[in-house]
Each structure stands twice: as structure tokens, then as C-alpha cells.
Design a protein around this ligand. Sequence first.
Ligand code: SF4
Ligand code: FES
Length: 381
Amino acid sequence: MTRRDPPLALLAEVTHRCPLQCPYCSNPVALERAAGELGTDDWCRVIAEAADLGVMQIHFSGGEPLARKDLETMVEQAAKCGLYSNLITSAVLLTEERMNRLRDLGLDHVQISFQDSAAASGDRIGGYRGGHAKKLGAARLVRAAGLPLTLNLVVHRQNLDNLEAMLGMAEALDAHRVEVAHVQYYGWAYENRAALLPNRAQLDRATATVEAARERLKGRVVIDYVVPDYYARRPKACMGGWGRRFLNVSPSGKVLPCHAAETITDLEFESVTARSLAEIWESSPAFERFRGTEWMPEPCRSCDRRELDWGGCRCQAFAITGDAAQTDPACGLSPHHDLMLSLAARESGRGPPDFVYRNYGNIPETPATARPEVLLPDGSE
Ligand code: SF4
Ligand code: FES
């Protein structure tokens, strides 16, 4: 077997359970229940296998990783295996005792998501009363524990106009880094597009806000910012290319090339309960399917950006066209790019409708991503 370059990072989605109900969650709409989650020993084995494979960083995520009482054991295992560990959390379950214990066991970094700058709106978007105040308290606990803090600001139509206040909040909380992350439209976010997609004018104002804040906070806070795919001219190199730098283990142990890969319904993913992480990384058909450039259709196949963006995002290609092997419609050269622009105009011009909150009671029978878009040439459905 040829040895591939090892992945850089493992996203360990240790549970889908979460006290929040964010309507843009990237988890698959078919949420895993507690009974289907890997146990502590399996996760510890996966962490050791990841380190042996050459992974450098582990990101504990979910759902809400603090919903697992054995998170401390996993963090300790990551430290023993020499991995840099990051906790990606909504933070509403974080207590001072747990924060300090996680730090003492070797946690390196914490990333807290905020839904908005003000409590009323933040609590409404996250579907959790009192959540915003808890997050502010938790962010202070992280800094008091001496750990670096990243704020993850997920932005969309219903909070984008508060971006300046959100960046001010990050500065006041002494964050080292801010990720201004436009919603990516897979999973629950795809169900909620019409409630979340900003319009072009809103996006342009937000981009100007980020540029001004970068200037003002230079040397103090690093701000990462990516425009939403629906308004991009070229796609992002999603995951740094399929099966090149990242892998993801789902709560039940499925090994995925990205966090949204299960939305691609014609791929099958192998489990760490059946094969080792290394074997799956090296040769699993799902990883092989879109690795490199051989799978590419035109226009990617003869494009000089094919080893820069790797054809964009497979999950987005599937969501919009029903075929994950298409060029990402975010690319202006894709034959489906106009469809994407029409969808953006249609969805951002709607209502907006009420959120479909992410919870076990709202799981749709057929996810929207399994119903490929059909738009007539005049833009109607
Ligand atoms: Fe990237 Fe393909 Fe578009 Fe070229 S045609 S920019 S490789 S998505
Ligand atoms: Fe799956 Fe982009 S999110 S490839």
C-alpha cells in the first residue's frame, strides 16, 4: 500500500447532543442519539490511531462536546499522544471547575461560538434562553485559566448588521482570534436558507466592517473572514481538498472526509469499529472518490486552479446539483453557477420564514439536500 501524506487534523465529533438548537448547524439533519455514540475506550483508541497516523491537531466538537462526561479522559489521551487539542464549544455547559480540569489535563485552546452581540437576539438564534450570558461568563473562564480563546461568529442575514458590535465583544473578551464565518449551506443550514442567506448589500457592508476592524485591531486580534459561497466568484478549497488534510469522525465512529459528507447520500463511509483510521484514510472508497484531480469533470479538469481549490466543495455540488462529482456551483466557470446566483437572489429575498431549529423533534423525513434544486430558466420553481 502506498503511504499517503498524513492528515493534519482530526475533527472528533464526539456527540450530536447539544443544549442549543442553532438553525445553521452543519451536523447532518439525521442527528445521532446518545445510544449510538462511541464509548470512551473507542474514542481513546481513535485518538491514539490518529497520532500514529501523523495527525497533529485534534478538535473536539459536536454537537456540544461538554455534553460528554468523559471529555476529560479524551483530552488527557490527546495530550498523552502528543496532539494539540482544541475544544469547539457553545460553552453554556462550561463551569470553572471543568475549565481548570481540562486545562490541567492538557487542553491547549478553546473556541466559543456566539450567535450575536446582544442576549435577546443571541438566545433567539441559538434557541436557548440565557445562553448568551453563559457564553460571556465561559469566555472569561477560558482567559482566567490562561488558555488562548477564539470566538467563532457565525454570521447570516439575521445578525450580520450587528457584526461591528460582535467584533467589539470579541475585543472586550480578550480573544486572540475571531472567525467571522458565514453560514455554509449544508445540513440544518440548508433547511433554513431562506431565513439565513444575506443579500449582496448586507454582505458588502459586512466586508467593509471586517476590513476596518482588521486595521483597528492589528497586532491584537486576528480576524479570519471568508465570503459566503453563494456570492463568491471562485470556490474555496474546501477542507484543503477532499481526503488531503482533514478527517472527521462522527459520534457513531464513521470516518468522513468533511463534517458534512454524510449529506452526500450515494457515498458509504467506513467505521472505526471495523477498520483502523489509517486503513480508512489510505484506501476507503469514500476518501478515494474525490481525491486529487482524476475525478474532475470539465471545466475543472483543464483549469489551472485545479490543484489550488480542488474543484471546491463536494457537499455543495451535491446540494445544488444532486451530483457530488460536479464542479462546485460557487465557481463562476461552473455550468450551474447561474442557478446558484438565482437561488441566492430568491432565498435572500424571501420573508424570512421562522427557523427550523436543530433538534431531534424537527428531523425532516427527506433532507432538503436530498431534493436537488430545480429552477426554471425564468427563475421560478
Ligand atoms: Fe476551481 Fe474547477 Fe472553478 Fe477551476 S473550474 S476555478 S478548478 S472549481
Ligand atoms: Fe464537504 Fe465541502 S463541506 S466537501
